[in-house]
Design a protein around this ligand. Structure first.
Ligand SMILES: Nc1ncnc2c1ncn2[C@@H]1O[C@H](COP(=O)(O)OP(=O)(O)OP(=O)(O)O)[C@@H](O)[C@H]1O
Ligand SMILES: [Mg+2]
Length: 363
């Protein structure tokens, strides 16, 4: 179970020097516009991913007046430290240097809900894959290695296709087919398990979010053509071999596991017809179903929700709060004003105010 007991922030955007002790349940951060709510959410996300969900440019994140930022967190019994400047990246867990971010994401599994990252329902395929693979990684940590191999192999294939070097292609096609079959299997199995959770009693209380008898559902597309058996490496390999000439002509592989997608439906409507509120509500259902499934598997992610009540009416907000309370996962959420019935739902909520980048605990 992941719980952040202590959090220190130094020179991260407008959050200069802060030290807070969040509670293990719901932590609510309130402020007017442009005071630092999204920045605080970005801090926690950064600690779990070693990157931002808003930008790839480090300079944007370091406080205007500073040359570096430092973040620290005590997660369960582990101490995470992260320091970044133009020239230095230092990440340590319990004073041991760590080289890659996969250790961070295992210690700090984070599920984020923010308009800045975009919704999963009616979102871009890249976003849909990122939410899907987030779940796959946490259920099967070895999947990360397969993805790396797939991406490297794909890069090699694209280089060979661009240079029209046909002779080495078969070897790399087979390598790609091996990784692709595993990725496809992991994704299919994960989504099957997720669907079971979605139609189980465990998320029954989220039904209130949909005031309609329409069924919310989704279909997975592996990214491979229909005639390919996506779970069979030989079938994938033979397909690639057969279409070699065509691929040499197009100069890159424009289909495959890197183009997988999820298509959402609500009743007989497809996702492009959903309203903003419906997109947000159904995205939240999809996200929370993933959380319920992980909690069942003994992995307790930390939930980040930016601007909870925007686009949602009070009943929906309360339903979500009740659900989070039942799940008993640590949550960091922000809102413009404190008109949420949060304290009736969860008297143990910790409430913080942010004013011009200064966080103070109210309760
Ligand atoms: N590198 C930086 N250094 C200093 N300040 C920054 C930096 N990057 C962003 N800011 C400032 O941080 C302030 C707070 O931004 P943030 O997005 O957290 O606001 P918010 O409270 O989420 O507002 P809203 O309610 O509008 O979403 C902004 O005014 C922004 O200009
Ligand atoms: Mg914001």
């Amino acid at each position: 179970m992941a719980v952040i007991n202590k959090l220190s922030i130094h020179q991260f955007r407008n959050l200069t020097t802060q030290f807070i002790s969040p509670c293990a349940g719901i932590n609510l951060f309130i402020s007017d516009n442009a005071q630092g709510k999204t920045n605080l959410i970005e801090v926690i996300y950064y600690l779990g991913h070693n990157r931002s969900f808003k930008t790839k440019i480090l300079k944007e994140i370091i406080n205007f007046e500073a040359d570096s930022f430092q973040l620290g967190a005590e997660v369960d019994k582990n101490k995470i430290k992260l320091e970044k400047s133009k020239t230095i990246t230092k990440i340590s867990i319990n004073q041991q240097k760590v080289g890659n971010s996969s250790k961070l994401s295992q210690l700090l599994p984070i599920q984020i809900i923010t308009p800045d990252k975009g919704f999963v329902v009616n979102g871009i395929p890249k976003n849909k894959r990122s939410y899907l693979d987030w779940g796959v990684f946490h259920v099967k940590p070895k999947a990360a290695k397969t993805f790396k191999t797939y991406n490297k192999t794909l890069k090699n294939i694209n280089i060979l296709l661009a240079k029209k070097q046909a002779d080495e292609l078969d070897f790399w096609f087979l390598e790609l087919a091996k990784s692709a079959a595993i990725i496809n299997k992991n994704r299919v199995e994960y989504l099957q398990q997720l669907k079971k959770t979605m139609f189980s009693e465990k998320i029954k209380n989220l039904d209130k979010l949909i005031d309609s008898t329409d069924k919310f559902d989704y279909k997975f597309s592996s990214g491979w053509p229909k005639e390919v058996d996506k779970l069979d490496e030989q079938s994938i390999y033979q397909h690639l071999k057969k279409h070699k000439q065509h691929l040499l002509h197009t100069k890159y592989l424009n289909y495959g596991s890197h183009k997988a997608n999820i298509f959402f439906t609500f009743g007989n409507r497809s996702e492009c017809f959903f309203s903003r509120g419906e997109q947000k509500t159904l995205s939240i259902i999809f996200w929370l179903t993933q959380v319920v499934m992980l909690v069942d598997l003994g992995i307790k992610p930390i939930i980040l929700i930016d601007d909870l009540s925007s686009e949602l009416d009070d009943d929906k907000v309360n339903t979500i709060l009740q659900h989070l309370q039942l799940l008993n996962v640590q949550t960091f959420m922000t809102d413009i004003s404190h008109n949420l019935a949060i304290e009736q739902i969860n008297p143990a909520t910790a409430i913080f105010k942010i004013n011009q980048g200064e966080i103070t605990q109210q309760k």
